[in-house]
Every structure is written in structure tokens, then in C-alpha cells.
Design a protein around this ligand. Structure first.
Ligand SMILES: Nc1ncnc2c1ncn2[C@@H]1O[C@H](COP(=O)(O)OP(=O)(O)O)[C@@H](O)[C@H]1O
Ligand SMILES: [Mg+2]
Length: 353
């Protein structure tokens, strides 16, 4: 079997800042993404998603583990190495306004990366820019305009086009649709999905929102407090999650039917202990997405056992003493829970009874 296009092996990232608590943002994470495939990385804010994406982009050196590209260690040390990486790996981030230089015309911004990293004639770069713009549904007259003249959705299309110019094999999309209106979100997700097919692109698609991730992903990895708690086929994880945290995440997604919403809220409250110090948050009372815990990660993650245990309604003594290993009971589907058995989690609290 050939090596995956991108892989991360046993990554750990620890943030140490003078006078502040040390934060283990990523703890033993391994991922593999094949050519043309999308891995969705989902988890609440602060779970370590951006840190993992940054390691895959060479922006952060991990404290442990390594990144592999085509089975070889990825390196960004020299200028030449960084140029090779920039040709193969690109990124789209959340804030479309922040990602474009406001005093430069779109054309200048779009030609920067290829000018430094591709050994092509200006006419060849111009052709690639034309093709990238066509691919994202923008006319070439945008090149003479400034970022302020575009909406967030249009700018995000331009950010995607800019990433496409070097014709990368892999893209990290970090909350790339999170700041967009729902209707625009759907358009950009469809655009990314069609680009994956037409250009054979692979994505690490990062979002706090499972409903966004599931549409685009072949596989989903669920991150909680820097550790993967569940990973498997996207449809299976999104519709039939096995880890109590994933279940709570699925149940937290808003649905348009009030009765269904109420049933999900009740089921979710049976799975996840109320967030801060036994208090039911306003979001909990409203039945909205309520998994956010305002306390810093370090203060709510125990040093031993399962990190979700303090908030898990299914908790047993073993959960507090032994860290559950991410293991596979079904092919291609891994779960880190002491109570993930052949029969599934018992009792299955995904049902509202
Ligand atoms: N530069 C940094 N310095 C210190 N702590 C950081 C830094 N970046 C992120 N963190 C902490 O690491 C954890 C993971 O952050 P991040 O990777 O941004 O999560 P996510 O993208 O899932 O919201 C959080 O607790 C965050 O506060
Ligand atoms: Mg983030």
C-alpha cells in the first residue's frame, strides 16, 4: 500500500508562556489523509484544531511527533524546502478580510505566492490565475480591485483561488466558512467539494461545526482537549457516533424542528454534565449549542484518565484512572472510550426516551 499524501504521527504541542499555565494543546494525535480525500477535524473551541493545522503547514514545530508527506518527513527549514512545501500545501483561514492585504490589488496578492515559489514565466502565472479565478466563479476584472470592494463570501472565493494558483495537492481549511452567512457557507462548501474532484485535492477541513464538516469529509476525526476521541467514516461518525462526546456534539447541532430540538437537548443533557461548576449555562437553558466550557482547557482536563470524564454522565471509576486508548473495534472506525463495546455504548443515550 502506498503512503498517505499527508500524515501526522503522534503529534504533541505544548504552549509555555512565562507566568502562565503550560497548555498541552495537542497530545498524541495521529492523522493520515490520502490523495483527493478530505479529513474533517471537529471539536469545540480550544480543542487544538488550529494547532494541528499549523503543524501540518510547518508554522509550528511540534514538541513531539512528525509530519510526513508521501511517507517522507516534511521539512520547512531552508528556503528551498519552504518553496517546495508552498507548492504542495496551501491554506485557507477563517477571516477573509484579514487574509488579504487591504492596500494591495487582488492581482498583486494573487501573484505573490507563485512568484516566489514557482519557476514560471509571468504569462504562465497569469494563465494559472485566470484558471483559478474561473474555478471559483470570479471574473478576471477582480484583479484590479481592492479587498474592501468585495463581500466576505467573494473574498473567501478569492482566498481559495489564491491557494489554487500553485496547484497544490493538499489544503488546510481552518474554519474557512465559519465567518460566512449560512447560504454563502453552503456555496463555498459546494465549491470546495467540486474543486476536490476536479483538481484531485485533499483537504484537512477544520471546523467547530460537525454539520459543516460532514458534507465535505470522507472521514471525520473528533478532537477533545487535544486528543482524538473518535475517528471514522464521515457518515457513520455524524449519524451514529459512538463516543459520548461525539454524541453530545451531534446532539448540540441545531435542527429546525422544535420537538426534535427539545428531544436532542434532553438527550444531550443526559450525556454531558453542565459546563461550569455545576451551573447550567444560558445556552443550556435555551437548548442551544452548549458544549463550550468557559474555563481554560488546562483547568478542566484531568492529568490522568479520560479527559472528557469530568463532563461525562456515563463516567465510571476507571474513566478517572485510566486513559482510554483510541482503538478500532470496527474496520476504519476508532473510539477512545472504556465503554465502547461490540454492542455499542450501553445505555445508548442518543435516544430520547
Ligand atoms: N500561541 C499560543 N500560546 C499559548 N496558548 C495557545 C496558543 N495558541 C493556542 N493556545 C491554546 O492551545 C489550546 C488549543 O488552541 P487552538 O489550537 O487554537 O484550538 P482550536 O483551533 O480548536 O480552537 C487552547 O487552550 C489555546 O488557548
Ligand atoms: Mg481554531
Amino acid at each position: 500500500m502506498s503512503a498517505p499524501l499527508m500524515a501526522a504521527e503522534d503529534l504533541a504541542v505544548v504552549y509555555r508562556r512565562p507566568g502562565q499555565r503550560t497548555v498541552t494543546a495537542v497530545d498524541g494525535v495521529s492523522l493520515a489523509i490520502n490523495r483527493g480525500q478530505t479529513l474533517g477535524l471537529v471539536g469545540e473551541s480550544g480543542s487544538g484544531k488550529t494547532t494541528i493545522g499549523s503543524v501540518m503547514l510547518g508554522l509550528i514545530q511540534p514538541d513531539q511527533g512528525r509530519v510526513l508527506l508521501d511517507g517522507e518527513p516534511a521539512a520547512w527549514r531552508s528556503r528551498a524546502q519552504r518553496a517546495v512545501m508552498a507548492r504542495r500545501i496551501q491554506a485557507v483561514f477563517q477571516d477573509p478580510f484579514g487574509s488579504m492585504n487591504p492596500v494591495r490589488k487582488i492581482g498583486q496578492t494573487m501573484s505573490e505566492v507563485p512568484r516566489y515559489n514557482l519557476h514560471l514565466k509571468p504569462s504562465a502565472i497569469a494563465e494559472r490565475i485566470e484558471r483559478a479565478l474561473a474555478d471559483v466563479g470570479m471574473a478576471s476584472d477582480v484583479l484590479d480591485r481592492y479587498p474592501a470592494q468585495f463581500s466576505g463570501g467573494q473574498l473567501q472565493r478569492l482566498a481559495i483561488a489564491r491557494a489554487l494558483v500553485v496547484e497544490p495537492e493538499f489544503m488546510v481549511c481552518d474554519e474557512a466558512v465559519s465567518s460566512l452567512d449560512l447560504s454563502v457557507q453552503a456555496q463555498v462548501i459546494n465549491l470546495l467539494a467540486s474543486l476536490a474532484v476536479s483538481r484531485g485535492l485533499a483537504y484537512l477541513f477544520i471546523s467547530h461545526d460537525l454539520t459543516v464538516v460532514r458534507h465535505l469529509s470522507h472521514e471525520i476525526a473528533v478532537l477533545y482537549a487535544g486528543q482524538i476521541v473518535e475517528q471514522g467514516p464521515a457518515s457513520a461518525v455524524a449519524t451514529n457516533p459512538r463516543h459520548p462526546y461525539t454524541k453530545a456534539l451531534v446532539l448540540a447541532a441545531p435542527v429546525p424542528q422544535p420537538a426534535e430540538q427539545r428531544a436532542r437537548r434532553e438527550a444531550r443533557l443526559r450525556l454531558a454534565a453542565p459546563s461550569a461548576r455545576g451551573q447550567t449555562g444560558l445556552a443550556d437553558q435555551m437548548g442551544q449549542v452548549s458544549l463550550a466550557d468557559s474555563r481554560p482547557l488546562a483547568s478542566r482536563t484531568p492529568s490522568s484518565g479520560c479527559r472528557w470524564a469530568p463532563r461525562c454522565r456515563l463516567v465510571r471509576p476507571v474513566c478517572r484512572s485510566e486513559r482510554p486508548v483510541l482503538s478500532s473495534r470496527r474496520p476504519g472506525w476508532k473510539v477512545a472510550c472504556h465503554f465502547d463495546t461490540e454492542a455499542g455504548l450501553a445505555p445508548d443515550l442518543g435516544e430520547s426516551t
